[in-house]
Design a binder for this molecule. Structure first.
Ligand code: FAD
Ligand code: SF4
Length: 326
């Protein structure tokens, strides 16, 4: 790890001011479970001169279920989200996703905002600087993607964005997409569908360098709505998803009136399955319709040499997640 200045601002305004002063040469830290690894492995194109700690700022950790929906403070831990009676009652897909993230220790320190802002886990990108030298792939300012010709078994099955085939690894991201969340920041409210930003290059979200997530808001589910989350990982106790999926479905008189489905671990950003959603509308949710939705979710898949196995996984997990909603 290189030297950096560690600063404990007391308010969001102070933190934003500091980020502005450092002009992109500072990084925010919450639980640190992702950021500290990045600092150790010298992950970014520019090593941070300062780390701005959010944990001393009061009022950012509450979980409140109100008349309009669920308000999750940015610093609410994944354990708190997973164990909150309000979240489990009203937004079970989100509680399940938070409860399946990492290990108990990681969930105790990892926050909801850190979870949706984390970096990808591509092993070339994460290759430790100290072990034989830095690998400068496209995402680190280089010219080529090493995964395309190398080991890409866990990479995108839907092609590249800006020559990069790393996937978004988050567990709560698909649940928040399925539930139509809004990310509230120090300067604006960003609908979750527009929050992830592989298209912008070497960053995973649309956040500006001087912008902080303050709250994640999840609207109240409609009457008859249900949500679910499923994850396939190599190890059950602690692992990133090979593929995960969340769905939120509203049933009226036994037929689907609304559906939002999101796959993750399959493309650079969490992937809405819009064709799968459309095929369900006005029909009952059963094995046949869920199976059709699963087929449509992977109809555009373009797997690489080593990751074709993810296609049937994605197809099946979409169907299973929908059936869990039923
Ligand atoms: C061994 C291991 C296993 C893991 N397993 C999983 C897993 O199964 N599923 C999964 O989803 N993740 C997993 N993770 C990744 C990570 O631990 C979690 O995503 C965690 O939720 C990150 O939260 P944090 O508060 O620790 O974030 P930090 O490490 O503090 O920050 C992560 C990123 O978010 C930014 N950030 C944090 N808070 C804010 C904010 N309020 N506003 C703006 N930017 C912010 C930071 O600058 C940084 O870029 C794993 C990590 C490890 C080390
Ligand atoms: S997939 Fe992306 S992060 Fe991984 S080596 Fe290729 S460009 Fe780099």
């Amino acid at each position: 790890m290189k030297r950096f200045t560690h600063i404990d601002p007391a308010t969001v305004d102070e933190a934003v001011f500091l980020l502005g002063e450092y002009q992109g040469a500072a990084r925010v830290i919450a639980g640190g479970s992702d950021l500290v690894g990045g600092l150790k492995d010298n992950l970014w194109m520019r090593y941070p001169q300062a780390v701005i700690n959010l944990k001393r700022i009061p009022g950012l950790r509450d979980i409140r279920a109100e008349a309009d929906g669920l308000h999750l403070g940015a610093l609410a831990t994944l354990t708190e989200v997973a164990e909150s009676a309000a979240v489990r009652d009203g937004w079970p897909g989100l509680a399940e996703a938070a409860g399946r993230t990492g290990s108990p220790l990681l969930r105790n320190i990892g926050t909801i905002a850190g979870n949706i802002c984390q970096e990808n886990r591509c092993w070339y990108f994460r290759y430790p600087h100290k072990l034989g030298g830095r690998i400068d792939c496209v995402r680190k300012g280089g010219t080529r993607c090493l995964a395309v010709t190398g080991d890409h078994r866990y990479h995108s099955i839907f092609g590249a964005v800006k020559k990069c085939i790393a996937v978004n690894p988050g567990d709560t991201a698909p649940a928040l997409v399925a539930l139509g969340a809004v990310v509230r920041t120090s300067k604006r409210a960003i609908p979750i569908d527009g929050f992830f930003s592989a298209e912008l290059g070497p960053q995973s979200t649309v956040l500006d360098h001087d912008e902080i997530v303050t709250e994640v808001f999840v609207p109240l589910p409609e009457k008859g709505a249900a949500s679910a989350f499923k994850k396939i990982a190599i190890r059950k106790s602690i692992d990133f998803a090979v593929v995960n999926c969340a769905a939120a479905v509203t049933l009226v008189d036994g037929d689907v009136a609304a559906a939002r489905i999101c796959l993750n671990g399959v493309h650079n950003n969490p992937r809405r399955c819009e064709a799968s959603e459309a095929v369900l509308i006005g029909r009952p949710l059963n094995e046949e319709t869920a199976g059709e939705a699963g087929e449509l979710a992977v109809a555009q898949a373009r797997p690489l040499l080593m990751n074709a196995f993810k296609v049937p996984m994605a197809r099946t997990i979409v169907a299973d997640t929908l059936l869990a909603c039923a």
